[in-house]
Design a protein around this ligand. Structure first.
Ligand SMILES: C[C@H](O)[C@H](O)[C@H]1CNC2=NC(N)=NC(=O)C2=N1
Length: 101
């Protein structure tokens, strides 16, 4: 079943519950800083596991000690949907365990 685009107001409401996340060029985005490159790499693997579980995938960028995500729903024409919000929430849940902030 196709997933519906969120309205601008719905996106603002979802972002209010996702500190650190923002809407940038039509995608939900956040960058995290970690203690080391290895810690950042471990977080990327953990995010990838969640993305496979959800069958929903961000553009996931590993830096020296940073992990950055940008996500939109391609099957909804590139809109932001609840699937993107769900992924963001799942990443927020796992981030503290990696010392990401
Ligand atoms: C076949 C598979 O379900 C689709 O290609 C999924 C996979 N991951 C996805 N990820 C994102 N971000 N948007 C999608 O529309 C999407 N579709």
């Amino acid at each position: 079943m196709p997933v519906a685009p969120l309205s601008p107001q719905e996106i603002e409401e979802r972002l209010a519950g996702l500190p650190g996340w923002s809407l940038d060029a039509g995608r939900l985005t956040r960058s995290y800083r970690l203690a080391s490159h290895f810690a950042a790499t471990a977080m990327v693997v953990h995010v990838a596991q969640v993305q496979e579980e959800l069958d929903h995938h961000s553009d996931l960028t590993l830096g020296y000690n940073t992990v950055s995500l940008a996500v939109q729903t391609h099957s909804a024409g590139g809109a932001v949907t609840e699937k993107d919000v769900e992924l963001a929430r799942r990443v927020e849940d796992l981030a503290p365990g990696h010392g990401a902030h």
